[in-house]
Design a protein around this ligand. Structure first.
Ligand code: SF4
Length: 238
């Protein structure tokens, strides 16, 4: 299976709380009118400029092992390399919000409109996370339709740049999936264009394979601890 996904726009609308968290504002805060106004202006630009698209392609464990192998033939020490073989089905996935919103963010910063640019950037980042969740649901539903998964299976995405997987891993992922088909490219520094794009591997398997312990060396310096929220998200579905 390799498929370009037309992603419904309402599937990538983030919650205000998620956006404010990226702005460093705790979820229980009462937002000052200045922030609310800024959010409304940025959200209106977001609605006008987003163009969500995804591309998903199944991958074998052997091919994924090749993607995760670094120069010298060693597999990288990362969360994904430690657990992908426990998954029963694997897929590469990329998502983008398109060129217009990415250019708009860059232009706002170039014009020194930092507050508006930063708020739009946070909305787009939270929206890109929703795009990842859409890919996870799509893959799980696809497998359910095939009868390939049991009710206790869950699918989660793991991305280069996180949890021990170096950002340069994105280049190999691109060679396999070819996201140019939805207008995403990658440069020598492994940065994607449009900037508001994400990539990763979706692993489907029994839900407990995703219940990670924070006992990797790189967890000591991890500030986001996003794995906790992801585990909570799975547990809420139980
Ligand atoms: S603590 Fe950080 S680095 Fe470790 S698994 Fe969780 S998100 Fe990944």
């Amino acid at each position: 299976m390799r498929e370009i996904l037309k992603i419904p726009h309402d599937a990538v609308i983030p919650d205000v709380e998620e956006v404010m968290k990226l702005q460093g504002i705790p979820s229980d805060s009462i937002l000052p009118p200045k922030i609310t106004d800024l959010y409304k202006r940025a959200f209106s630009i977001f609605i006008e400029t987003k163009d969500p698209k995804g591309l998903i392609g199944e991958v074998s464990a052997t091919d994924l092992e090749n993607i995760l192998t670094i120069a010298g033939g060693n597999i990288i020490n990362s969360v994904i390399s430690s657990m992908f073989k426990k998954g029963t089905n694997l897929a590469l996935f990329v998502f983008t919000l398109g060129t217009e919103i990415s250019d708009t963010i860059n232009n706002l910063f170039a014009k020194n409109e930092f507050a508006l640019g930063s708020m739009l950037d946070s909305i787009a980042s939270a929206s890109a996370d929703r795009g990842g969740e859409y890919g996870e649901k799509f893959f799980l539903n696809y497998l359910r339709d095939l009868g390939s998964v049991s009710p206790d299976h869950r699918a989660l995405m793991y991305s280069p740049g996180y949890c021990g997987w170096d950002i340069t891993g994105q280049k190999k992922l691109f060679r396999y999936l070819k996201p140019g088909d939805i207008g995403i490219s990658i440069n020598e520094s492994s940065l994607m264009t449009p900037i508001k794009s994400i990539s990763g591997v979706i692993i489907s398997g029994k839900k407990d394979i995703h219940y990670l312990k924070e006992d990797f060396d790189f967890c000591k310096t991890c500030t986001g601890k996003n794995c906790r929220e992801r585990i909570l998200r799975i547990k809420k579905e139980e």
